[in-house]
Design a protein around this ligand. Structure first.
Ligand SMILES: [Fe+2]
Length: 384
């Protein structure tokens, strides 16, 4: 077995209603100034208020920052550091989808160790020890609550990941109630992103390990078994809970294995054509699986046998093929688009997309099968 290093949050709480319950926080926080990072939608829905009240019941003196926008900019990170200056913040809570959670991660480090955000971009560039950090996801998809990654949009408009072991939080609170209000389109797109995390972690070319493998398998089972129900019956609390746990497990899996070419090829599609992260992953998933098939037959077969009973009876190649076909079926079935042309992208846009994908060198290097400019172009062309 290869050496591996596995990082994980210290405490994971899964309970319906937990985020608005004072009891949840009693053993997790200290009395004192507490920064709650969220967005205006959660503020309007009253969810931020509920969490704030529960935190106050546990002795927290809450400073709310609710200005995190989708795909947050570096400017937002600077603004939050400025807001917290002189406030004697002793702990940070991130409440929301990936954007507020990612900003909360960076804030928890920047408040005690001011460092220009530009100098944090990349792997291991962020310095210092962060404040205690609790993350409360309100979508089932990014898995940010389990990862050491925070993504911001730099001043040049490029997606700039900040990656460091400090960004693995102390505690995760999973409350399925928070995801009941998610519209079907968001549920579908974020759910596919989480499934991509499982599939890419399990087939990672470099860092997969026995712990990430088990998490990826169980995550895919939970996500595959519940995504249709969560999309079609948004108020089904069991399906919502299963998606939330599946998404967190998939996050832990890819944080300790890696993602691969689906993410690398989806990034430029998302940033150049303003698709959400989940939408761009949904378009790219199947063609990249087809590209990777020759190197991933037995791994795809493993996953196929976990989620499709008929795969038990067939060869590895057939089981792998059935997994790909199942993913190909699910994407349109839950209302997501599966062609680049559905988003107004055509042949003349492909060169810039390929250039964008090639910039994701680090992620491409983790893909199970080596992939070059021509391969990337072929993948994009196959889904025009
Ligand atoms: Fe993702």
């Amino acid at each position: 077995m290869n050496d591996f290093h596995f990082n994980t949050p210290g405490t994971i709480i899964f309970r319906t209603g937990s985020s608005g319950d004072t009891e949840t926080y009693k053993s997790l926080i200290k009395a004192g100034r507490t920064l709650l990072v969220t967005d205006s939608t959660l503020q309007k829905l009253g969810i931020a208020d509920k969490v704030q009240t529960a935190l106050e019941g546990s002795g927290a003196d809450v400073l709310v920052y609710d200005k995190v926008e989708p795909e947050p900019n570096a400017a937002t990170v600077r603004d939050i550091a400025e807001t917290a200056k002189g406030e004697n913040v002793i702990q940070v809570i991130g409440l929301g989808g990936g954007s507020p959670m990612d900003v909360a991660k960076i804030a928890s480090l920047m408040i005690p160790h001011p460092q220009p955000i530009e100098s944090m971009y990349g792997v291991g560039q962020a310095e210092g020890v962060r404040l205690p950090l609790i993350l409360i996801p309100t979508t089932a998809g990014t898995g940010s609550e389990g990862t050491p990654v925070a993504v911001v949009t730099g001043d040049d408009g490029e997606k700039s990941p900040v990656i460091g072991p400090q960004f693995i939080c102390d505690s995760v609170i999973l409350d399925a109630e928070l995801t009941l209000a998610l519209p079907p389109g968001v549920t579908a797109a974020t759910g596919i992103d989480a499934m991509v995390h499982s599939i890419e972690a399990y087939t990672s070319g470099t860092r997969k390990n026995p712990v990430s493998d088990q998490l990826a398998i169980k995550a895919l089972k939970l996500l595959h078994g519940n995504i249709r129900t969560a999309v079609m019956q948004g108020n089904n609390i069991d399906a919502r809970g299963n998606m939330l746990v599946g998404s967190m497990m998939a996050g832990l899996a890819f944080a300790n294995a890696s993602v691969g070419a689906v993410h690398a090829l989806a990034y430029p599609v998302g940033s150049q054509f303003h698709l959400s992260h989940g939408e761009s992953n949904s378009v790219i998933l199947v063609p990249v699986m087809r590209f990777n098939l020759s190197k991933a037959v037995s791994l795809y077969a493993d996953l196929g046998r976990e989620i499709i009973p008929e795969c038990m009876e067939v060869s590895n190649m057939d089981a792998a093929g059935r997994l790909i076909e199942e993913m190909n079926r699910i994407v349109p079935e839950i209302g997501l688009k599966d062609r680049l042309s559905d988003y107004g992208i055509d042949e003349k846009n492909l060169d810039t997309l390929v250039d964008g994908a090639l910039k994701q060198e680090r992620i491409l290097s983790y893909n199970i099968k080596s992939i070059d400019r021509e391969d990337i172009l072929n993948v994009y062309q196959s889904i025009l």
